[in-house]
Ligand binder design. Structure first.
Ligand code: DGJ
Length: 548
């Protein structure tokens, strides 16, 4: 008896020790933290700025990974976004293959990268091409949508009950596996559920199930959040409440509800932050009902409220930025950054001209950004992105990320505290201003470091817009600034308005691994007499001002 008792005690003790060790070894699970309508992604319990890159669509195989890590390293990224496809996870129904996920996570750790997994399931850019073959060609079990004329189309229906059950099963299997292999180290920090959802060519599903649902009253949760852009009934059917927007809003609701089922079930198993990405509708043209001009039902800016109501387990509706015009970029960022929606840019063109938007995006307080196709697979993104496929493609982003990287933690905290500002040069090359607390900062572009040349001569390398800066107001009169190809001038405003001012210190330096500022030199004389001039080399400055 005694022996058994001792053994039991010993076994119990060992289990307790193992549990305690596992607990102690377990990093806190990544999560999104919010404060006053601003956000930070917490990784290992600390604010984290995702300096991301996204791999190509077909790099989700072990053989492709070397070229992914090489490019991510040249980009000085801390996170790689990469697909995990339903077709590879469950090639035969009920037979799961996690070998790619295992290799990916192990290699990410070796390469000191975090991961964002992109679940390419029922919808990838709206289509079913990443579903397993047993799904792709079985219209009976996995019905496609039906257009207004009653014709079946390419896109799987959000009303396919078996499709939802099957996708959910695979997604939950993925999350359960992640929990098993990654709960201690948390290499995977977020999951994107599906990819650029919605439908091209038809505004919604007109199949029998969809039609029946369309005739139902709008659910109260949607009514409470989404106001009709045109006068309509306060409640009733989709058509009664939303008039000409009813079809599009209904489809957004249907797709969002489907995604919610996956996210809810997946998070019940392993509670990582989850988001959806969006192929944008034009952020500038006047609001009008869908006319074939974007993927109806996707999380476009005008239906974020529907996604929030229908998919509460999705943290973020995130814009994929592929229109390079600065006016559109600014408009898109403004529309997606909301007190109820953290800003995350999970995809952006990889052409050099997009690099300056990193300043604007992170300066606005985004939790992260990732140019798409920073991957040395033999595939160029031109004309959507860069013509290049090598180091030169990663480099414009790499130079900026390298400067941000040592202070990414502080940056995320400053963003959460609402201290950051971002600016990117526009096509008109005109000066722009930032209204900080007590200071107006004017940014100008194409300037020489030693003043302005009266002959119209402009610095080489500024032929197309590539200037930008991100600023953090770390104290009343102190800014940490990172920038390139930009001149900044500071002037008292607000409480300092009308007071003469001068620089107390303009220190060039960096933050060390412990987050301590390391000064390398102090700019003065010619280096500040013509404004604070950043060249093409991203530089970090700590600027302190005073008034007299
Ligand atoms: C947006 C999609 O989300 C990505 O998967 C990729 O297809 C890019 N477009 C580039 O084509």
């Amino acid at each position: 008896m005694k022996r058994i008792h001792c053994r039991r005690m010993a076994a119990f003790g060992l289990m307790a020790v193992l549990a305690a060790t596992a607990d102690a070894a377990q990093a806190p699970i990544p999560q999104l933290a919010g404060k006053d309508g601003r956000y930070a992604l917490l990784v290992d319990g600390k604010p984290f700025t995702m300096l991301g890159v996204q791999a190509h669509n077909s790099s989700n195989y072990p053989a492709a990974l070397d070229k992914v890590w090489a490019a991510a390293k040249d980009a000085h990224a801390n996170t790689v976004e990469i697909p995990v496809a339903w077709e590879q996870l469950e090639p035969a129904e009920g037979r799961f293959d996690f070998s790619f996920v295992d290799t990916l996570v192990a290699q990410a750790r070796q390469n000191k990268m975090r991961l964002v997994l992109l679940w390419f399931g029922t919808w990838k850019n709206t289509g079913p091409q990443y579903t397993p073959e047993w799904v792709k060609f079985d219209n009976r079990r996995f019905p496609r949508m039906v257009d207004r004329e009653g014709k079946g189309i390419y896109c799987l229906s959000p009303f396919g009950e078996q499709t939802l059950q099957a996708d959910k099963k695979a997604f939950v299997a993925l999350m359960a596996h992640l929990k098993k292999i990654d709960a201690a180290q948390r290499t995977v920090i977020m999951v994107q559920v599906e990819n650029e959802v919605g439908t091209y060519g038809t505004v919604r599903d007109f199949g029998a199930k969809a039609e029946a649902a369309f005739r139902q009253p709008v659910p109260p949760a949607i009514l409470a959040r989404k106001k009709a852009p045109v006068p309509g009934a306060a409640s009733g059917t989709w058509a009664e409440v939303y008039g000409p927007y009813a079809d599009e809003y209904f489809h957004a609701y249907a797709v969002a509800s489907y995604i919610e089922a996956l996210a809810k079930a997946g998070r019940a198993v392993y509670d990582l932050p989850m988001y959806v990405n969006n192929a944008l509708r034009d952020p500038i043209e006047p609001m009008a009902p869908w006319k074939g001009n974007f993927a109806s039902g996707g999380p476009t800016f005008d239906v974020i409220d529907i996604y929030k109501a229908a998919a509460p387990h999705i943290d973020i509706a995130a814009p994929d930025v592929y229109s390079p015009e600065s006016s559109k970029v600014v408009a898109t960022l403004s529309l997606f950054q909301r007190p109820d929606n953290a800003l995350l840019v999970p995809e952006m063109g990889n052409a050099a001209g997009y690099a300056r938007y990193v300043y604007q995006i992170l300066g606005r307080g985004a939790i992260g950004v990732a140019p798409f196709g920073i991957d040395y697979a033999d595939y160029s993104n031109y004309p959507l992105g860069s013509k290049l496929k090598d180091k030169a493609m990663a480099e414009p982003f790499g130079r900026i990320y390298a400067a941000f990287r040592p202070m990414q933690g502080q940056w995320a905290q400053w963003a959460l505290d609402g201290r950051t500002f971002g600016i990117a040069e526009a096509e008109d090359r005109k000066p722009q201003t930032i209204d900080a607390n007590g200071w107006k900062i004017t940014a100008s572009f194409r300037e020489w470091q030693f003043g302005t040349a009266n002959n119209g001569d402009r610095p080489p390398g500024t032929e197309s817009p590539n200037g930008g800066a991100a600023l953090a107001q770390v104290a009343a009169n102190e800014f940490v600034v990172i920038g390139q190809n930009i001149r900044l001038a500071f002037e008292g405003a607000g409480a300092n308005a009308g007071k003469p001012s001068m620089y107390a210190r303009v220190e060039e330096g960096h933050f060390d691994n412990a987050g301590k500022w390391v000064m390398e030199r102090n700019w003065n004389g010619d280096q500040t007499d013509y404004g604070i001039n950043f060249t093409a080399n991203p530089t970090v400055l700590k600027i302190r001002l005073g008034t007299y």
